[in-house]
Design a protein around this ligand. Structure first.
Ligand code: M6R
Length: 605
């Protein structure tokens, strides 16, 4: 997964390309590059590492030109170095690519047999050389179409040509591509967020489409080379909060923002006067739902796991939570009256999107729980429930997780209410309790100092365990994911009751074990599991709302969350776990917002 940008203008484009690439770094940050048409020649510059390195390069040796393409990379084919960085150029064509060309080995052999030489280990270079080959005898449109027809896999492309000095070509299949309309310049970009500082007028390419932009015109074509028109959307003028303000990094800002984003989300969905939850346009009558399947990846999958407990408890609907990369390849028997819910912060995660496409093909009812409402998943799902978290820039998902859980919790309450499976009193009480959640989050965040001290105890450990039962189990999984992705400490999230079936063997003197044990119906059982860990030398951090003085003398740390409705404990226990991962990573000097080997939006399989 990578980020691409292309600009056709009547003034120099390199600085706008750099600014857009900085916004696209959430999609990949192991190398960066750009090409412009400078004095009639393709001028390609690229480097390993962040966009800052590319910017420094341009500072010393500027790239001129009124049209160009740029790229940030997350390596798939070939190590992240300068040669494999995009663009990939021949004498006459320069290409940036997001996606994977699955038949690249086959095409490579064909091209080598024709005498072409490859410089990189990437799959992308086949596109450059195919175009170069076709352009020997074909016109531009034919060369583009023939090249696209040869490619298998997924791609969003930006292309410039030595012989066509005023145009940029964009094309997509499987990977997203937005097209922006500016004043005397036009754009393509992996998402509208990257284009937002330049324009708020956007169209989207559909699978198989390509477009040709000059500074004053955009033409769209479908896969049959037929000219088509595109709907233009005007992006909302929401405050694009991509500034760290006084915070050290985006993650700490986003953790802190949860007291506000949770309030906004709740406010959006709860009708103050009627004290009811506003969900309209269900693609399926909630009374008729026979099964719900929740699908996501990573943190979004953990919110799916969480929702399963809620929906099963307050409705009679059977629920499955599915990892998208597994789900999309399983043989699913689609039945009428099933609802498929896709959870994704970015709305661009390739596996989640492919799973949604599979459901759409099978005419299933689909719903997206999404942060980026202009995203591919949001546009394809039958109905969308936004989470209103605002831009999440840190690679580690924090405020989006809380937002996803709020919407899923509200959804489970509403479905239960519409099916008459929850009493009016219980429904109103749960809504009232939820309205107090932002205050409780604020209270929990105010105890950050305690976690800062506890974090010191984790930094030298080789591994850590996170244990919980019932509602706490998905949160244990999420706590472990946060710790590993940020601090590179191996961590496992486990159902506490499963420890004795194997993982207990890992417990030795001094290993940190985080126990999530709020006073719910699992409390006593989890505390027994905790004692088993302590007896084997585990160093326990207990996170609970229990305020009795001593549960066990041998607990090393206890972090108390505020008391609330037991179903809200999951939200509150998440906060200390985010803070723990954050402070351990900070003490270990890790790159908080851009952990190694990762990217914010995973747009390849
Ligand atoms: O954009 P999505 O919510 O679809 O992303 C899914 C995962 O890639 C994401 O949650 C990932 O696991 C986070 N980096 C975890 O913090």
């Amino acid at each position: 997964m990578c980020g691409i940008i292309g600009i056709a203008s009547n003034k120099s484009v390199s600085s706008n390309i750099i600014q857009a690439l900085k916004k696209l770094e959430y999609r990949g940050y192991d190398s960066a590059g750009l090409s412009t048409i400078d004095n009639g020649e393709i001028n390609e510059k690229k480097c390993s590492g962040r966009v800052n390195n590319l910017e420094k390069m341009l500072f010393q040796n500027p790239s001129n030109g009124t049209l160009g393409i740029g790229h940030v990379r997350w390596a798939t084919h070939g190590i992240p170095n300068e040669v494999n960085a995009h663009p990939h150029s021949s004498e006459i064509v320069s290409v940036v690519h997001n996606g994977i060309i699955e038949n690249s080995n086959f095409l490579k052999k064909e091209l080598i047999n024709k005498g072409h030489k490859f410089k990189s280990q990437t799959d992308t270079e086949v596109i450059t050389l195919l175009l170069t080959d076709y352009l020997k005898k074909d016109n531009l449109i034919d060369a583009i179409s023939k090249t696209l027809e040869k490619l298998e896999g997924s791609f969003a492309l930006g292309i410039i040509f030595k012989e066509h000095k005023n145009l940029v070509v964009g094309a997509r299949r499987g990977s997203p591509l937005a097209v922006g309309y500016g004043h005397n310049e036009n754009y393509i970009g992996s998402d509208s967020y990257a284009l937002k500082t330049m324009t708020n007028k956007i169209s989207y390419l559909d699978d198989g489409d390509f477009c040709i932009l000059t500074n004053d015109k955009i033409e769209f074509f479908n896969s049959k080379r037929k000219k088509i028109n595109k709907e233009v959307s005007i992006l909302s003028n929401d405050k694009n909060d991509s500034d760290k303000g006084d915070f050290k990094d985006f993650m700490s800002k986003e953790i802190d923002e949860q007291q506000i984003t949770s309030k906004i989300c709740i406010h959006e969905y709860i009708d103050k006067i009627r004290n009811d939850i506003n969900f309209y346009n269900f693609s399926i009558d909630p009374k008729k739902i026979k099964k719900i399947r929740l699908i996501g990846c990573g943190t979004a999958f953990h919110s799916c796991l969480m929702a399963r407990y809620w929906i099963e408890e307050i409705t009679s609907i059977p629920v499955d939570s599915e990892i998208a990369s597994e789900f999309r390849y399983r043989k699913i028997r689609f039945n009428k009256d099933e609802l498929y819910i896709f959870v994704s912060q970015s709305g661009e995660t390739a596996d989640t999107f492919a799973a949604l496409q599979m459901c759409k093909k099978n005419k299933a009812s689909t719903c997206g729980i999404i942060n980026v409402t202009e995203s591919s998943i949001a546009r394809l799902a039958d109905f969308v429930l936004p989470i209103y978290a605002g831009p999440e820039i840190g690679v580690a998902s924090t405020k989006a997780f809380i937002g996803q859980m709020i919407v899923l919790y509200l959804l489970s309450l509403k479905i239960s209410n519409l099916r008459n499976e929850i009493s009016k009193d219980d429904y109103l009480k749960k809504i009232k309790d939820l309205k107090n959640l932002p205050n409780l989050i604020k209270k929990t965040l105010s105890k950050q100092n305690e976690i800062q001290l506890i974090a010191r105890d984790f930094i030298n450990s080789k591994g850590a365990m996170f244990l919980g039962r019932g509602y706490s189990y998905p949160i244990a999984m999420e706590g472990a994911l946060k710790l590993k992705e940020l601090s590179y400490i191996h961590a496992e999230g486990y159902p506490a009751g499963e420890m004795k079936h194997g993982p207990l063997a890992l417990i030795e003197d001094g290993i940190p074990v985080v126990i999530l044990a709020p006073r719910d119906r699992y409390f006593e059982k989890t505390i027994s599991n905790m004692q088993e860990v302590i007896a084997r030398g585990g160093k326990v951090l207990l996170i609970t709302d229990d305020d009795t003085e001593i549960i066990s003398e041998n607990i090393r740390f206890k972090f108390q969350i505020p008391k609330s409705n037991y179903q809200l404990n999951s939200f509150l226990m998440t906060i200390p776990l985010q803070l723990l991962a954050y402070h351990v990573a900070l003490l270990k000097n890790c790159d908080i917002d851009k952990p190694r080997n990762l990217a914010k939006s995973v747009t390849v399989e």
